[in-house]
Design a protein around this ligand. Structure first.
Ligand code: NAP
Length: 490
């Protein structure tokens, strides 16, 4: 262990424990926290069972109503302190995120900046208007106000562990809910301990945030518990379907932010040097383990060879290795199962006629940046979310065909269009079935203030972030006030 055990995230605080308002033992087995590139052990964290969920619900329920009644100033003070702590400990946190998720320091820094924006957005929420006065014909005062759900279950994945958990935890708390957080066990420090420590030190009243690392049984216990009326889930479409079914059976509100097979469309008039860097970033950033990664690079046939050549040169130049070392661009994939999946998609697609132009193999968890040319409908590389560093190039002949190809997917998360003709790009954009649309940018673009989410198998129509957060994390109550009770004909 290096200096990362020293301070804010000091492992002696949480070794073998989970967080219920205090660091305490859970009933599940210990989770071994690892450095994904080096394969070394960073610590051991406690884990929960469905029984711990029951206990957490009772603590959180007691804390929630008191928290909802706290003043604006009291709530804001917590978020202000959390922002300060995030800034002070950012170097240490960045190292944890990089090691535990196998990402570069630059990616961890992006995460920390996003986390800061999320906290600052949450800081503002308690001071925002939370209702409206409605017109009335009877003389009564008619109000609609937004109230917290009570308890919110947050289930998050491994790839952007801090941001994808915090983007639900922070606004849910800010509008008066208590939260039960189940991070992915592979990144339970960056996506769990870090958040619990932030709010613990920031003075969040004990009990409001329950950290319950554990397996899918813990996630399912959260989904079915009758006292948790809302679930915010980010992860695969497969698990999201299950979460949606369970939550639906219990008539819960559920926000599902799921997978993607996103197209980056390069028109013939695009600047190809810029198109190449955009396509490279969208394909290989964080080893392609991003829901918004470009799963398809659709390029006009007349410029396909040149763009392909530029991408191949970039793939050959990028450095793969331990992201803690200088100059490394791509780190490891998260686990061996994911490596096998990526390898099989590449191999099957090549057998089906795709041309392997760069990469295509791995050493341990380290997969080379890969370029597949002539990818076409029916090939796994065209159809499936890969979640690995594979650029899949498919030529098109006109705008109409490009739109048809981009829409030819069950997913609908993000599309980017690169063109010097913004009007033509926007006309294409109007026909696309996507939650996020970038004109003249690649597909991996997000931000704290935007309503993030997808269509089709990328989600259930929920949005998270910015203007969507009040809608997600509160519900309407109609309040009517009369001077005296009216008389009725009964
Ligand atoms: P995953 O397998 O679905 O896991 C995500 C989380 O769900 C983990 O905490 C996991 O815990 C939990 N989980 C799994 N099965 C569950 C169940 N039956 N009930 C309750 N919880 C359950 O996702 P992943 O493969 O690690 O992550 C990658 C996927 O997430 C990709 O498809 C990616 O596109 C998507 N993603 C989407 C967004 C977005 O905002 N749209 C952002 C990032 C990633 P266990 O691991 O313990 O089972």
């Amino acid at each position: 262990m290096t200096n990362i055990e020293a301070k804010f995230l000091d492992a002696t605080r949480w070794r073998g424990l989970l967080f219920t308002g205090e660091w305490t033992r859970g009933q599940g087995p210990v989770i071994t926290v690892t450095d994904k590139a080096a394969g070394t052990v960073l610590g051991e964290l406690g884990s929960a069972t469905p029984k711990d969920v029951e206990h957490a619900v009772s603590i959180a329920s007691k804390a929630q109503s008191l928290w909802a009644a706290r003043t604006v100033e009291e709530k804001q003070a917590v978020f202000r302190r959390a922002m300060n702590l995030l800034e002070k400990a950012s170097s240490e946190m960045g190292e944890w995120i990089a090691r535990e998720s196998g990402g570069t320091r630059a990616k961890a820094e992006v995460e920390l900046r996003r986390a800061h924006t999320i906290l600052s957005e949450a800081y503002a929420m308690p001071a925002e208007a939370c209702g409206m006065v409605l017109p009335t014909t009877t003389g009564r005062l008619s109000l609609a106000r937004r109230l917290p759900h009570g308890l919110v279950g947050v289930i998050a994945p491994f790839n952007y562990p801090l941001v994808l958990a915090l983007r639900a935890v922070a606004p849910a708390l800010a509008v008066g809910n208590a939260v039960l957080l189940k991070p992915d066990p592979q990144t339970a420090v960056s996506g769990g301990v870090l958040i619990a420590r932030l709010f613990e030190e920031a003075g969040l009243p004990p009990g409001l945030l329950q950290l319950l690392p554990g397996d899918s049984a813990v996630g399912e216990a959260i989904c079915v518990h009758p006292s948790i009326p809302m679930i915010a889930f980010t992860g695969s479409t497969r698990a999201g379907r299950r979460v949606g079914e369970l939550a639906g059976r219990h008539l819960k509100r559920v926000s599902l932010e799921l997978g993607g097979k996103n197209s980056l469309i390069v028109r013939a008039d695009a600047d190809l040097k810029l198109a190449a860097t955009n396509a490279a970033f969208a394909s290989w950033m964080h080893q392609g383990q991003i829901c918004m990664a470009a799963g398809r690079i659709l390029v006009h046939r007349t410029v396909a060879d040149e763009l392909t050549q530029r991408l191949v040169e970039k793939a050959q130049r990028l450095k793969v290795g331990d992201p803690m070392a200088d100059g490394v661009d791509l780190g490891p994939l998260i686990n061996a199962r994911q490596v096998e999946h990526v390898q099989s998609v590449v191999d099957d697609s090549v057998s089906a006629g795709a041309r392997l132009l760069a990469g295509g193999s791995h050493t341990g968890l380290f997969f080379l940046p890969t370029v597949l040319g002539s990818v076409s409908k029916g090939m796994r590389a065209y159809e499936e979310e890969i979640f690995g560093p594979v650029a899949c190039i498919t030529p098109f002949d006109d705008d109409e065909q490009a739109v048809e190809m981009a829409n030819d997917s069950d997913y609908g998360l993000s599309v980017g269009i690169l063109s010097r003709d913004v009007r033509a790009a926007l006309a294409m954009g109007n026909e696309l079935r996507t939650g996020l649309l970038q004109i003249n940018d690649q597909t991996i673009v997000s931000g704290g203030q935007i309503p993030f989410g997808g269509r089709g198998c990328s989600g259930n129509g929920s949005r998270i972030g910015g203007p969507a957060n009040w809608e997600e994390f509160t519900q309407w109550q109609w309040v009517a006030i009369n001077g005296q009770a009216p008389s009725y004909p009964f």
